[in-house]
Design a protein around this ligand. Structure first.
Ligand code: PEP
Length: 251
């Protein structure tokens, strides 16, 4: 179902104690607020159990930032989708550009991860987006289309309905450069059209498509005002409760 969502991606930041503190601060800020969006905290694996216990689960969901592409077994250092589900997390961020760039995650690998996330009842927040050269060459539409086609279009319409997409232009992540509201709307509308061509208007219109890339308290309102932008995936600005809450309040 299409919802407004503001999801934080803490990346590899915060000790366990700092993470619990941040989660409690966000929880306190949202406690008295009338919310117009769902909220998700994307924490490192080791924080998940404590963050789940520190927040009101009816208002704040918790996401892992990755999961294994295998079910279980001799994969030292990996964490499976079923393990994540057993912690109380309900989302998993998949295909973040940092995982694609630094850990060799291909669309084929992400297809496996997506299937395992869904099989274990986790909602994937699936990231797509182009690098600067691709944007400058006008290839950004083709890039996001092939990321979606190769990793997600094997899904049934019913399963696709469980996916949240996050469009994150790589040139905007952590750089302070944000896509303009017009750029965001243009490509979000294109993504929705791509979904409609494959699954029909109803699935396309029910899919939440988040924007990510230097989204902050100053630009969130303008970005979220676009008809095809259903919220944000927030990196740097999710690391301080007040900044994150200001973005939540942009709805
Ligand atoms: C991200 O990591 O998904 C992200 C959007 O980061 P930032 O908000 O810091 O650009």
């Amino acid at each position: 179902m299409r919802k407004n969502i503001v999801a934080g991606n803490w990346k590899m930041n915060k000790t366990l104690q700092e993470g619990i503190e941040l989660a409690k601060e966000v929880n306190a800020l949202v406690a008295g607020a009338s919310l117009k969006c769902d909220i998700v905290l994307g924490t490192p694996y080791v924080h998940i159990v404590d963050v789940v216990k520190s927040v009101d689960g009816s208002k704040i969901g918790v996401a892992a930032q990755n999961c294994a592409d295998k079910v279980s077994g001799a994969y030292t250092g990996e964490v499976s989708a079923s393990m994540i589900k057993s912690t109380g997390a309900n989302y998993v961020i998949l295909g973040h550009s940092e995982r694609r760039a630094y850990y060799g995650e291909t669309n084929a690998i992400l297809k496996e991860k997506t299937d395992l996330a869904l099989a274990n009842g986790l909602t994937p927040i699936f990231c797509i987006g182009e690098v600067l050269d691709e944007r400058e060459a006008g290839k950004h539409f083709d890039v996001v289309k092939s990321q979606i086609q190769e990793a997600l279009f094997h899904l049934s319409a019913q399963d696709f309905g469980k996916i949240v997409l996050a469009y994150e232009p790589v040139w905007a992540i952590g750089t302070g450069k944000t896509a303009s509201p017009e750029q965001a709307q243009e490509i979000h509308a294109y993504i929705r059209k791509t979904l409609a061509d494959k699954y029909g208007d109803s699935v396309a219109n029910d899919t939440s498509i988040l924007y990510g890339g230097s989204c902050n308290a100053g630009n969130a309102k303008e970005l979220f005002a676009n008809p095809d932008v259903d919220g944000g995936l927030i990196g740097g600005a999710s690391l301080k409760a007040a900044d994150f809450f200001a973005i939540i309040s942009a709805f």
